[in-house]
Design a protein around this ligand. Structure first.
Ligand SMILES: Nc1ncnc2c1ncn2[C@@H]1O[C@H](COP(=O)(O)OP(=O)(O)O)[C@@H](O)[C@H]1O
Ligand SMILES: [Mg+2]
Length: 476
């Protein structure tokens, strides 16, 4: 409108009954209003931007046709793509696959027709640029008055991992309790089986087929006994006996087992110093550490083969060396090393290998418990376990255990069985064990009275103390 044009101004005046001055004031006011509105708009825009950029999560705005229009810095981080690569170029459908994509497309359609039936929040597992799947909590909403949508994504991957780990730990705890509970009964049953088999062995002539079978049965039964012991170790209910152990013989025995299962594509080189002496530990547990390290090495080389090197050497640790490893002290150690030329590990993987349940292997190939057990066991004997690795080059584990001067105890003492003719009172609450004990002792020449009730046994002993030379009881 032209204020200099009197005709027009007059005409306006005639229409609105306003003076020219009034009219100008109004015009100025509306100009100020417009400015204020613009300012308010700018402010709200920068507010939106600040929220968009600084939210504790990834945010994106996408079009009705699924094109991503705008992303914040966190979205760049989560997806692995830059703003420039995403905005206007990618579509959210590029990140979702299979069934999840179908479901989300369906949600999108429904969100327009009937938003009430679509969940506002749900979880899905998109893959980022490197193809790594993430656990994402998603919130989507339509932006009113537009055909656009806003989505907020929270990365829950780490939290899920911790939750799963906790669940696993609880599961193991429950298994441990269960195992502890049934082991007492199981041991009694096993005791009966072993006892009767041994009795049968006594009754069988050497060199016969039956004797051979029975000897096999005893071997299997002893394996079962070891297994029970392992379950108990795992559930931390077994009291571990530390005894001087000839470390070279543990390793040689484990290697014998290992060699039998190695494929021909894997070479094995060993350097075991036999006269290295003893460490204070439990034979079975050290055996387990050796097996775990060697089978990891073999698995790392399962694709292309390679060389497995195992060595055992003495080592005098000085304070300079000891300072590098928490828990190590200057003194005599043995160093057991397992090296492979396999796939190696990235720094990320290496950081987590001792975590219980951490595994990079397929279900059925790995439980993720091998190294965490090895770590626990080595620590229990005041040792240290270290690792060096490079992707595609290979891995080296060192286990350091304090060396002691004590001589090793013989593991299996093959003693001549004592015989005699003394009178024995044999007490055990398990009838089959009482029966076995009685029979074995009688076979050795003793005169045995057996009782399964301790009160009965006590009464008997009180009434005829002269009738017995020895009392044998399980005392539990
Ligand atoms: N010698 C090795 N070479 C490469 N990676 C290894 C080696 N030893 C262990 N790892 C890594 O450490 C992870 C944990 O090992 P472990 O606790 O023994 O569990 P599992 O063998 O059941 O996966 C393995 O999944 C693997 O990623
Ligand atoms: Mg393993």
């Amino acid at each position: 409108m032209d204020r200099a044009n009197p005709t027009c101004a007059r005409g306006f005046r005639a229409m609105n009954n306003k003076t020219e001055k009034q009219y100008i004031q109004e015009l100025e006011a509306s100009e100020a209003n417009r400015k204020r509105a613009e300012e308010a708009l700018r402010e709200s825009e920068s507010l939106c931007n600040a929220i968009f950029e600084n939210m504790d999560g990834a945010m994106l705005i996408f079009d009705d046709d699924t094109t991503i229009l705008k992303v914040n810095a966190e979205a760049e981080k989560v997806s692995g793509y830059s703003k420039e690569e995403l905005e206007g170029k990618k579509s959210w459908t590029d990140f979702v696959r299979g069934e999840a994509l179908e479901k989300m497309r369906e949600f999108k359609k429904l969100r327009i027709v009937n938003p009430a039936v679509v969940p506002k929040n749900y979880e899905f597992k998109p893959a980022n640029r490197e193809g790594i799947t993430k656990d994402i909590a998603l919130t989507v909403a339509a932006i009113p008055g537009t055909k656009k949508f806003v989505a907020a994504l929270l990365d829950r991957t780490e939290r899920r991992r911790l939750e799963t780990q906790l669940q696993q730990a609880q599961k193991m705890e429950a298994i441990g309790t269960l195992a502890g509970g049934i082991t007492h009964d199981f041991n009694n049953i096993l005791g009966a089986i072993i006892g009767y088999t041994e009795l049968a062995l006594i009754e069988t002539e050497k060199g016969t087929k039956i004797r051979e079978y029975l000897e096999e049965a005893v071997r299997a039964e002893n394996r079962a006994k070891d297994l029970v012991h392992q379950i108990l170790t795992f559930s931390r209910q077994a009291a571990i006996e530390k005894k001087p152990v000839l470390i070279a013989s543990v390793i040689t025995e484990a290697l014998k087992l290992m060699k039998a299962s190695l494929p021909a594509t894997i070479d094995i080189k060993t350097h075991i110093e036999k006269e290295i002496g003893t460490v204070k530990a439990d034979f079975t547990q050290i055996h387990q550490v050796v097996m775990n390290l060697c089978s990891n090495a073999a698995q790392a080389m399962s694709e292309d083969g390679g060389t497995l090197e195992v060595s055992l050497t003495p080592l005098e640790v000085d304070s300079l060396f000891a300072d590098q490893y928490p828990g190590m002290h200057p003194g005599s150690y043995v160093r057991f090393t397992v090296s492979d030329t396999g796939c190696g590990m990235t720094a990320d993987v290496m950081e987590r290998i001792f975590d219980p349940y951490f595994t990079t292997k397929e279900k059925g190939e790995g439980t993720g418990l091998g190294l965490s057990m090895a770590h626990g066991i080595v620590g229990r004997y005041d040792g240290v376990i270290t690792v060096e690795s490079e992707p595609e080059r290979g891995t080296t584990f060192h286990v350091y255990l304090p060396r002691i001067s004590q001589e090793a105890e013989k593991r299996e003492i093959k003693r001549a069985l004592a015989t005699g003719c003394e009178r024995i009172l044999f007490v055990d609450d398990e009838p089959s064990l009482t029966d076995i004990g009685k029979q074995i002792l009688e076979h050795l020449g003793y005169q045995v009275t057996a009782r399964t009730s301790s009160t009965e046994a006590l009464e008997l002993f009180r009434s005829q103390p002269d009738q017995f030379d020895i009392v044998i009881t399980d005392m539990t």
